[in-house]
Design a protein. Structure first.
Length: 349
């Protein structure tokens, strides 16, 4: 027992005598704790934090018992009680702290993965769009030079070149518009003016706009409605969703195929389904359908009508707009092709 009136030299002497016994009993506990930590190295952070708190408490108890030679005096009993109370407080705190750190670590890891995925998507987008922009620009430049140099002089040929330049210009304008829309969505700058919007008007206008394209490709376009719901949304953006889905369906449906737009109400939501005749989407590609710049085809050259391929942004834009409306969009193989299904909240009142 160290008395309060002892000199520093006397206290150091006591410490020197106590130290071997303390190490003899506490060190095995610490080593055992190290082994447990090693075994838990791939476990949860909460478990690791709990062991880190329990080890010092148990080592302290072992050292105190060893030094006292298991003689339970009032002082030893008090010391053991204090260690027990400390353990009762620190262990639950360690568990809670470990869980909080684990959640934060998981969130940070997921955030890093999302950032890496977004960066990879941006690089892929730049590569794809750079190629797509160069192709029509090169064509426009070549045809313009041919017209300027008089290489093409026949009236019919000049008209044909002018039509081609107009088509390529329209494609360029569409891609630039898609890029602007996608940048607004990804940057969080999209501002929607929400109101009650009848789906009948949105779908009718979209089908009317796409009917000439469908007729040019000899694709049948029809709409069926079990009900005409009214949804809460922004009219221009809802029209863009339907237009993108119908345009995509026409693009991937072969001649004499059918694109069907079905509208109804299910589980308290408005449901818009677009069926095409694309022949189905491979299982290894279906999860990437809504990725930026994904087309699911290696064909890079559009035909003269500019309708066989897109910039690979339409479905990504549709997904962003649907989510901005607090809705859901999905795709699955269905019948002779696939079905894109959109669920939107119904208007209240």
């Amino acid at each position: 027992m160290i008395d309060s009136g002892e000199s520093m030299a006397g206290m150091l002497t006591h410490v020197w005598h106590i130290l071997p016994f303390a190490l003899l009993f506490a060190l095995p506990v610490a080593v055992l704790g190290g082994v447990v930590l090693y075994l838990l190295r791939r476990g949860s952070i909460a478990s690791t934090m709990t062991v880190l708190v329990v080890i010092p408490v148990l080592a302290t108890l072992a050292g105190v018992l060893g030094i006292s030679q298991f003689m339970f005096t009032p002082m030893l009993t008090t010391t053991l009680l204090v260690c027990l109370l400390v353990g009762l407080v620190t262990v639950p705190a360690a568990v809670l702290l470990g869980r909080a750190i684990a959640r934060r670590t998981v969130w940070e890891r997921e955030a890093r993965e999302r950032e890496r995925a977004a960066e990879a998507s941006r690089r892929e987008l730049v590569a794809w769009i750079s190629h797509d922009l160069r192709s029509p620009l090169a064509g426009i430049q070549a045809m313009a030079e041919a017209l300027a140099d008089g290489v093409v002089s026949e009236r019919s040929e000049v008209a044909d070149y002018a039509q081609r330049i107009s088509g390529e210009t329209t494609r360029l304008s569409g891609m630039v518009g898609d890029l602007f829309e996608l940048s607004r969505i990804t940057a969080g700058a999209l501002r929607l003016t929400m109101s009650a919007v009848p789906l009948r008007d949105v779908v009718s206008d979209a089908i009317a706009a796409q009917t000439p394209v469908a007729e040019q490709k000899q694709v049948r376009l029809r709409a069926d409605a079990g009900a005409w719901p009214v949804v809460t949304g922004s009219d221009p953006e809802l029209a863009r969703i339907v237009r993108n889905l119908v345009s995509n369906a026409i693009r991937h449906t072969p001649p004499d195929g059918t694109v069907a737009v079905q509208i109804g109400i299910e589980d308290g939501n408005a449901v818009l389904a677009v069926d095409d005749g694309c022949g189905g989407i491979p299982d290894d590609e279906i999860a990437r359908v809504f990725d930026v710049a994904f087309r699911g085809t290696q064909a890079r050259t559009p035909d003269r009508s500019g309708t066989t391929t897109g910039g690979g942004l339409g479905l990504a834009i549709a997904k962003g707009l649907v989510e901005a409306h607090r809705g859901q969009i999905g795709v699955r193989n269905h019948g002779p092709g696939c079905r894109f299904e959109v669920r939107l909240p119904l208007a209240v009142g």
